[in-house]
Design a protein around this ligand. Structure first.
Ligand code: F6P
Length: 381
């Protein structure tokens, strides 16, 4: 049966969103289905009403994405980061009148189903709208933070790990040339997945993530200085530190530039340790620290092959679910393959965690990656 399906991308962008859109369009056209791209997340349904937009304007086709003379057709999308549909970090769905118009937008487009590509925050909001409007919803997880529960991987994470790893590689040479301690502040919101994975892959000496070091206190900074002193005594004069943005200051508050904050703390404590005149700390006064905030560069770039593969596999599964009319599911990556999880379970987990102010899917403090880091001699606090 011919179907009309909608797709939207919601929340912060990440590499691989366009690869998902491409794969959804390709899998759908094999079945003769039509795909409609909803611009700027659920806000697109509002704008339809405001701009009296015709549904044909939203139709996504296999053709019409050309770089003349170079590339033809929708395949170009797999290489581009961002989202051709646009995305919104903060929608306004608490206002009941707005929510009603959004819900109506789905009906006006006469959609048979909607694929929502989002992270934990978006899934929470979109699932509520879908319940109210009786939408046929299937969701695909995406985020560089990798903190969507019940999936080992979300689209975008792998590319972000590559980005940070490559920055660590680049910083190694300038750090080594000046015997400096380089601190790299990494995104991830309240989760440490990105800092941990890229720290291990990029050769960090110290990795600080909120799951293991919720805040920077004096003991932690002292131990960091001792670790750096040990490295220096072994002839390793530079050091690389990755710090997740979710790590808090000594008062337990968020700092916009937690990397800079840590640099100042290391400067202070290393100076004080040096004044103790203990032989092993004598060298510490010469430590020079520099902090780098990688920022939104981590959300850019050509999606990695792994993210493109995940995008294709998730899209295929989402289309299968719609063909079976099995809705309210999140497609997930578990034990090396695509599986599904009911959205009511996923969203109630997310809501519960958000209410407690904790990350919905943190790094496992006893997990294999943490053990790996420790086995490599990386200091984790
Ligand atoms: O959730 C993705 C993410 O990039 C986080 O890692 C980061 O804290 C946040 O979004 C940044 O949000 P914004 O793009 O709104 O500054």
């Amino acid at each position: 049966m011919n179907k009309r399906i909608g797709i939207l991308t919601s929340g912060g962008d990440c590499p691989g969103l366009n690869a998902i859109i491409r794969a959804v369009v390709k899998c759908s056209s094999q079945k003769g289905w039509e795909v409609y791209g909803i611009p700027y997340g659920t806000d697109g349904f509002l704008r339809l009403e405001q701009h009296k937009c015709h549904s044909n304007d939203l139709k996504l086709k296999e053709h019409g994405y050309d770089i003349p003379g170079l590339l033809h057709g929708i395949d170009i999308l797999q290489f581009l980061s961002g989202s051709i549909l646009g995305s919104l970090s903060k929608g306004n769905t608490e206002d009941q009148a707005i929510a009603k118009t959004i819900i109506q937008g789905y009906q006006d487009l006469e959609l048979d189903a909607l694929i929502a590509v989002g992270g934990d925050g978006s899934l929470d909001i979109i699932y509520d709208l879908a319940q109210q409007g009786q939408w046929n919803l299937v969701a695909i997880p995406k985020t560089i933070d990798n903190d969507v529960p019940f999936t080992e991987r979300s689209v975008g994470f792998d590319t972000a790990v590559d980005k940070v790893t490559s920055a660590l590689y680049d910083l190694t040479f300038t750090a080594a040339s000046h015997d400096r301690t380089m601190i790299v502040q990494v995104m991830g919101r309240n989760a440490g997945h990105l800092a941990l994975s890229s720290g291990i892959a990029g050769g960090a000496d110290i990795i600080l993530i909120p799951e293991l070091t919720p805040k920077i206190d004096l003991d932690l900074v002292t131990n960091i200085c001792i670790h750096i002193a040990k490295l220096r005594s072994l002839g390793r004069k530079f050091a690389l530190i990755t710090i997740a943005e979710g790590v808090k200051n000594i008062q337990g508050e968020k700092e916009k530039y937690i990397g800079d904050y840590l640099a100042q703390q290391i400067d202070n404590i290393s100076h004080q340790l040096c004044l103790t005149d203990k032989a092993e700390f004598c060298d510490l006064d010469t430590i020079e620290t520099r902090a780098t905030v990688l920022g939104h560069i981590q959300r850019s770039g050509t999606p990695s092959s792994y993210d493109r593969l995940l995008a294709a596999a998730f899209a295929k599964k989402a289309i299968d679910l719609i063909a079976e009319e099995k809705y309210n599911q999140l497609v997930v990556w578990q034990n090396g393959e695509v599986q599904i999880q009911p959205l009511d379970k996923v969203v109630s987990h997310i809501k519960q965690r958000h209410q407690l102010g904790i990350c919905p899917s943190p790094v496992n403090a006893d997990g294999f990656l943490v053990q790996t880091a420790r086995s490599l001699g990386i200091y984790l606090g």
